[in-house]
Design a protein around this ligand. Sequence first.
Ligand code: NDP
Length: 244
Amino acid sequence: MSTSTPTWFITGASSGFGLAFARYALSKGYNVVATARTTEKLQSLQAEGGDRLLTVELDVNRAGAADEAIATAIATFGGIDVLINNAGYAIVGALEETPEAEIRALMDTNFFGAMAVTRAALPHMRKRGKGAIVNISSMGGQMSFAGVGAYSATKFALEGFSEALAQEVAPFGIKVLVVEPGAFRTSLVSNAERFMPSHDAYRETLAGVRKAMLDMDGTQAGDPLKAAAAIDLALASENTPLRL
Ligand code: NDP
């Protein structure tokens, strides 16, 4: 296997944005390390991937799992050029009625998970003097609105972390890119609403937000395949922006 072929390492590649990123990279002839908690769901990539695809089980919350997955990827393809921290989910509901444990669990996956995989990949990228960390944030990482406070908090954290990291690793030739997609109909949207408010006034506000989100046409709000192409283009640029 050629080590000059770019290698993309993607978390949460079994569905939605992550799956589209994997499909895009394979279609460009890149090597892909597709990771998720459930590797069976990654098998749909096998026909497109052949020996350019490595599927690895990775729960970003499991201690030590990121180091193992990164080491396996490097042993297989010789290095990682692009790490895409995409694994994540959302909860929507009144903050007052969302259990703290749920908010902590969300922060674990969306923020600490991305941080763990980044920490695992960085020493190798530093040694090679190149690489890119792509953090999938959200429109909700720049602004927030009723019902998405917990989700936004995780993405605001990811954005702050990314901004600092970009400055820290630039001297080593490593780029950091934050992607802020709008709403797109993946399983994230249908799984999100778990803590609907019991108060009427809250309910009305959230019903308005819900309708606005469901009315959004995914193609207008940012097609995941187009997002993959935009990431690729931005990373190829000498002046890669911090945010896409
Ligand atoms: P999906 O639910 O379709 O995909 C989420 C992916 O994350 C799955 O592959 C899932 O795989 C994986 N995942 C979840 N928890 C973990 C974990 N603990 N460890 C490893 N993998 C995990 O959602 P999307 O594609 O919509 O979301 C992907 C990213 O895009 C998220 O970060 C989300 O916040 C962001 N985003 C999404 C938007 C949207 O409207 N859909 C808008 C803006 C941002 P498995 O369950 O097999 O582990």
